[in-house]
Structure formats: structure tokens, C-alpha cells
Design a protein. Structure first.
Lengths: 307, 291
């Protein structure tokens, strides 16, 4: 038994990364980033606002949170809708109480089906980040380039028509991309994306269609990861985010601005037995000296100004 | 190993009860070594017929990005915490890091950390290699680490824990003295090899941060508590080894590093720990205990 000899060839084994998307950079050796208002820690809340068809699509993959039982899966279809009808409004109220501007990663289907939600997001001063078409709009290698380009355009056009402004940011479902995605996003005129989780500050991302900014919204600090996947309690989630905040605030004294990404899901933290813990977290964060709630758009903008 | 047999014949059975005492320098009770895995995962690696590199079609953006966080962010945070509390690292190294990101390797070397091989990339597996290919992998590891750091590797942790039936014989033949691939004991012990002398170095899957967070789903503070309990028990028993295997992309996340620092503080303050490197433990054992 042996492997094909090419298995021991290492064509990209050289200085730097093994691709051309971005350059290596040590977080602790960069020029300090300055946030608006001289904030120390930018708190980037990204709410995922999703619409799941009761008929799921498995190409290229089934989105996390999608239908799980044989058809018709009332259980998951309605539980996700609960997040949109009820949980999301609890979140909007909670953000208003602490004066937080947030980003809402929105499926185009939400704009199409529920324009009232878009109006409420805009009225609250929040940003809309394009988040594909609906939860069947997953992206991965294998999705033909034309189909991916059309999916991105449909998402942006639909949201722009309802919201009145075109999103400048993008988040893929499950942060999943093909090799083409960054270029297609740049060609569609987007300025930033939130998919790559390799950093804790925005950084420059190169594509043949022009540069983008990546604003890393790590899955590690998401409610889905901590509560749904790791099955920690809402109180533990709050404690973990507070621990993260303290660490980042401490580092900000020496290294310049830091960013705390909070990716939250209406059908997870928006439930009656969890929302209280999340509201407590928001109030605690709002009380921290040097903390500022910034949208991912404002963060990408501050990065471009600093760079 | 005895290939194809039910018992691979890796080591003799030696029950924990009634063993001669194993002594650590200065009367310490437990040898503690911290093992950051410094790894490079490829975005688009070639396929190994025996194991898939990534669960998703390439590029697996989250899988790759998560690992890359370790080299951009996590390593620097973790290394700083370890140095402040007086813990050297014993690095399980994807040796291609020496070419890709030599600043990370140089930083670890400057801190007095030891390196052992964890393969070329953590996306290139040993499964299916013939002897010539496996020799090339071992020779590449020895040469690459020597050229980058001046160190001669003494140990091995198979890339992504992928082995062949001849791995242990070969690393012993090349003069390596310990393997981190066997999990049968809390003390070092002899491994049967065709030539040379090889010992098993207690590593740990159970208290590996990856297991803590993604197998047992622990919160950062629960994981820290687990490490302290592991330490307390092994220090009470004496003559033991405790390894803390880490990944900077996990333990170096902002919600986890402080809880982990409390563990380092606890162990450093306890006074019973020989806080050292895996190679030093191996050297001490090889001198103290006859084969």
C-alpha cells in the first residue's frame, strides 16, 4: 500500500498563507484601530433573521436550524417563525433600551414576506446585512458560478427594494462560501463580509474582483454555538461573554481598539426563559466604560479610515 | 507493533499498583507539561483515500478560519499567559509552519519551548503511506525543525493522530525517544520497537481542550476546573505526568484564556509540580529507569 507520490508534494509550502485571499498578520503587532467616539471595545451585534421554507433544500447543503423531521415539519417551521414574530421583537426592544445599533443579517425572503420587519429595523437605526435569499440559499463549492451570482444579486436587489438602501455587508448561511464567493461579493459592489472567523478585527481580503473587508463575527461567541451546540445555559453564555469582554477591554489598553462579536439568533436568545439573561448582558455591556455598540458597517468603515 | 494481531504488542502490562516509585527532580510530585499544538491546515489539501481532510467541500471557511485564528491571535495570547506564569511549551508542530509562518515558530523557540513533530500539515495524513513515504515524512520533520530552530526533535505526535503499523519502529530508528500517541498510562513507560529505545509520554485526549469544549461541551470555567481536578489528583498520587494539550484557536479565544490562566496560577502556586517540557521528562526518565 502506498499513496500517490503527489501526496508528499507541497506546492504552496512557502512564506505566508497557502492562498492569496489575505496576508498573515499578528493581531498584536498591528497599528491600533480607532473606533468612533474613541471607544475601546466595539460590540458588534449581528442578529440572524432567517426564513426557512418548510420544503428544505440539500444542495449544496441543508442550513443549520433547518427542517429535521419528515415533511411536514411543523415543529421546526413554526419554531423558527416564532423567532421572527416574537423573539426578534423582544430583541429590538432590548436593543432600544440600551441604545444599541446592531446589524441584522437578513434573508431576502424576510423583506419580501414581512416588509414591516424591515421598516422596524430601519426605524430603529439598525443596519441590514444581506444574508442570502432564504435558508435554502446555501453556498459551497459545487454551486455553479452563475447560480451563485444570481443568488447574491437577488438577495441584494430584494432587500434594497424594500429597505430603500442597498446593503454594503454580506453574511453567508453558516458562513459557508465557495472559492468564488469573495470575488462575486466584490463584483456585486459589497464592501465587506462577515464569514471568515480567523481574526478579531477587520482585515483586508483580496479578490480578482477587487478588495473586500472581512469583519470576523466568530461562531465561537454565538448563541447558537454556546447554547445550541455546546448546550451551555443562558447564564453561562452571559458569563462567557462577560469574560471575553473583560479580556478584550484589558487588551485594548495596550493594543488599541478591540471588537466583541455577538452573533445572536431570535429563536435561541429570544425565548422567554433566555431573554432575561440576554437583557442583563446588554445592560452590563452598556455600563462598561469605553464600550460602544457599533454595526458591522460602522466597524468596516472605521477600519478603512484607520488603514 | 505486531501488525494484524489482536494485541498490537505495543507495551507490557504493568498494573499501577506496586510499581517502583518514579521520582522527579527536587522531590516534585507531578511533572506538568503544557503542549500547544501549533498547526497549519491547508485550505485545499489533496485527498487521502483513508480520511477526508475537511467535513465540507473546500474551502471549509469556518474550519480553516477557526484554525488560522490560532496563528494570528491565539498563539500570542496563550504564549504570553504561559510565559507570565512560568510555563514553557512543548509544541506539537506542523513542521510546514517553519516555512509558512516562521515568526510563530521563532517566537516559541525564543521562549525556550521544545518542538516535536506533528507531521508536515495537519491536513496530510500518514494513512496509506508506504515505508519510503513515511521515512520521507520523518526525515523532513527532523530536517525542517533543525534548520528553523536548531533543535533536534525527540518526540512525535502523528499528524492528526494518523499512524501506520510501522510509525513507532521508524521514529525509534531515527533516534526519537518518545511518542505522544499512546494513552494507556499516567506515567512514561517502554514501548516495544524493533531497534532503539522509545517511551510513551503521557499526553491526554481527555483533558485536551478540543475534547473539553467540543466532545464534553464544557464552558471555559468548567474546563479550567477539570484541569485543576486532574492536577490535584495526579499530584496527590505522585510520580505522575500531567499533560495539558492545547490549541491556541480554542484556548486562546477571548472567553477562554482568563479561565485557563487561573489554572496556570493554581499549578504554579501549589509547589508540587515540576513544570517542564516533554523532552526533559523523557530525558529524566531514560536516565532514571533502565530499559
Amino acid at each position: 500500500m502506498s499513496l500517490d507520490p503527489s501526496y508528499l508534494d507541497y506546492p504552496r509550502r512557502g512564506r505566508g498563507m497557502d492562498h492569496d485571499f489575505y496576508r498573515y498578520s499578528n493581531l498584536f503587532e498591528r497599528a491600533p484601530i480607532h473606533w468612533p467616539g474613541d471607544a475601546k471595545v466595539a460590540i458588534a451585534i449581528v442578529v440572524n433573521l432567517e426564513w426557512f421554507s418548510i420544503v428544505p433544500n440539500d444542495a449544496p447543503f441543508r442550513a443549520p436550524g433547518h427542517m429535521a423531521t419528515p415533511y411536514p415539519d411543523y415543529r421546526h417551521y413554526t419554531s423558527r417563525e416564532y423567532g421572527t414574530r416574537v423573539g426578534f421583537y423582544r430583541l429590538l426592544d432590548a436593543f432600544a433600551r440600551v441604545g444599541a445599533n446592531v446589524s441584522v443579517a437578513t434573508n431576502a425572503a424576510i423583506a419580501e414576506r414581512y416588509p414591516q420587519i424591515i421598516a422596524d429595523i430601519v426605524a430603529g437605526g439598525h443596519e441590514i446585512v444581506a444574508h442570502s435569499t432564504d435558508m435554502n440559499g446555501t453556498i459551497a463549492t459545487g454551486l455553479p458560478e452563475d447560480a451563485e451570482r444570481a443568488l447574491i444579486a437577488q438577495s441584494l436587489d430584494t432587500i434594497a427594494a424594500v429597505a430603500g438602501t442597498r446593503p454594503t455587508g454580506w453574511m453567508s448561511i453558516a458562513r459557508s462560501q465557495s472559492f468564488n464567493t469573495p470575488r462575486l461579493l466584490a463584483e456585486a459592489g459589497l464592501g465587506y463580509m462577515c464569514d471568515w472567523v480567523n481574526d478579531e478585527l477587520p482585515y483586508r481580503f483580496h479578490t480578482a474582483g477587487g478588495d473586500l473587508v472581512n469583519v470576523p463575527i466568530t461562531h465561537e461567541l454565538s448563541d447558537r454555538q454556546i447554547i445550541t451546540v455546546q448546550q451551555n445555559s443562558a447564564d453561562s453564555y452571559v458569563e462567557q461573554i462577560q469574560d471575553a469582554y473583560r479580556l478584550l477591554a484589558h487588551e485594548a489598553k495596550r493594543f488599541g481598539g478591540r471588537m466583541l462579536p455577538l452573533n445572536v439568533t431570535p429563536y435561541v436568545v429570544g425565548l422567554p426563559y433566555r431573554i432575561g439573561a440576554f437583557e442583563r448582558l446588554l445592560a452590563w455591556l452598556a455600563d462598561q466604560p469605553g464600550a460602544a455598540f457599533l454595526t458591522t458597517g460602522a466597524i468596516a468603515h472605521a477600519f478603512r479610515d484607520s488603514a | 507493533m505486531r501488525e494484524g494481531e489482536k494485541d498490537p504488542g505495543l507495551y507490557d502490562f504493568r498494573p499501577y499498583r506496586g510499581r517502583p516509585a518514579l521520582e522527579w527532580p527536587d522531590g516534585k510530585q507531578v511533572a506538568v507539561w503544557v503542549s500547544p499544538n501549533i498547526e497549519f491546515y491547508e485550505l485545499d489539501p489533496p485527498a487521502n483515500p483513508h480520511r477526508k481532510s475537511w467535513p465540507k467541500p473546500h474551502p471549509d471557511v469556518v474550519g480553516y478560519g477557526h484554525r488560522d485564528h490560532g496563528n494570528r491571535v491565539g498563539h500570542w495570547r496563550l504564549a504570553d499567559a504561559m510565559t507570565r506564569h512560568g510555563f514553557p511549551g512543548s509544541v506539537s508542530l506542523s513542521v510546514a509552519m517553519c516555512q509558512h509562518l516562521p515568526e510563530v515558530v521563532a517566537d516559541a523557540n525564543a521562549r525556550g519551548w521544545e518542538f516535536f513533530s506533528h507531521g508536515i500539515y495537519n491536513t496530510r495524513y500518514s494513512y496509506g503511506m508506504d515505508e519510503r513515504q513515511e521515512r520521507a515524512l520523518i526525515e523532513d520533520s527532523i530536517r525542517t525543525v533543525r534548520e528553523a530552530t536548531g533543535q533536534t526533535i525527540k518526540g512525535w505526535l502523528a499528524p492528526a493522530l494518523t499512524h501506520t503499523p510501522r510509525t513507532l519502529d521508524l521514529i525509534a530508528e531515527y533516534g526519537l525517544s518518545y511518542t505522544c500517541d499512546l494513552y494507556h498510562d499516567d506515567q512514561p513507560g517502554e514501548v516495544h520497537v524493533k531497534q532503539g529505545r522509545l517511551i510513551s509520554m503521557p499526553y491526554s485526549l481527555e483533558v485536551n481542550d478540543h475534547y473539553g469544549f467540543f466532545v464534553y461541551n464544557m464552558s471555559p470555567r468548567e474546563y479550567a476546573d477539570t484541569l485543576i481536578r486532574q492536577y490535584q489528583r495526579l499530584a496527590d498520587e505522585g510520580g505522575t505526568v500531567m499533560c495539558i494539550p492545547l490549541h491556541a484557536y480554542l484556548i486562546g479565544q477571548p472567553h477562554r484564556i482568563r479561565a485557563f490562566e487561573a489554572v496556570l496560577e493554581h499549578i504554579a502556586a501549589d509547589g508540587r509540580a515540576w513544570i517542564t517540557r516533554s523532552g526533559d521528562i523523557a530525558d529524566h526518565y531514560l536516565q532514571q529507569v533502565a530499559a
